[in-house]
Design a protein. Structure first.
Length: 205
């Protein structure tokens, strides 16, 4: 879905790269099974602005083996991803990652991922989707906003793309983009039925 912005002459159209079947089916199912078993270790999500209503989800920092699997695959596809994004190649400092579980009523309001000085070197954001099949939730779409330059700052425009979460698919986009997660409807409210992601950031050196 795309909405129009009144200042089209100043609009910077957002770009993203989607890769289907990013992991093998076996890898996908192993990650799902292991994450469900770690429910007790998930923590309530927080934000730098300390607003409890801005973001609702639970998060878990990645186990080294899962992080290595995702990171290695990301490194393989990154040159192709940057080319499709028309983004300059950059030296990688690290690939950061966490698991996020969105269950009933969870969401994340519009934000960007490198707007604070301590995260200014986040260059590319990635989101890998995985969940039980058949899917037990609805909603949870990623809204990716176009941008505009306002007083030399990159800001959020009114127009956007809406991207549905698809199992075993990964999305890449520049970390400066404003984006949000729409509310999730999960009638069972069971943790295993959540919208799961491995999401994170590729830092430039």
């Amino acid at each position: 879905m795309m909405l129009s912005d009144k200042n089209n002459q100043n609009l910077i159209k957002s770009k993203c790269v989607k890769i289907d079947k990013f992991l093998t089916e076996v890898e996908n199912q192993k990650i799902l099974a292991s994450v469900i078993k770690l429910e007790a270790y998930f923590e309530k999500s927080t934000t730098s602005i300390n607003d409890s209503d801005f973001r609702k989800s639970r998060v878990l920092h990645l186990a080294p083996i899962s992080k290595a699997r995702i990171s290695n695959r990301i490194k393989l596809v990154l040159p192709q991803v940057l080319s499709k994004l028309s983004h300059q190649i950059f030296p990688i400092a690290k690939i950061e990652g966490q698991v996020t579980a969105h269950n009933h009523g969870h969401y994340y309001q519009a934000h960007n991922d490198n707007g604070m000085p301590e995260v200014a070197k986040r260059e590319i954001t990635y989101i890998y989707y995985f969940y039980q099949q058949p899917k037990k939730f609805s909603g949870g779409e990623l809204v990716l906003y176009d941008g505009k330059i306002d007083n030399n700052y990159y800001t959020q425009a009114n127009s956007f793309k809406k991207i549905a979460p698809i199992n075993n698919t990964i999305i890449f986009f520049p970390s400066r983009y404003w984006h949000e997660v729409l509310p999730v409807n999960c009638p069972s409210k069971t943790f295993a039925d959540s919208r799961f992601t491995i999401n994170g950031w590729i830092w430039r050196n």
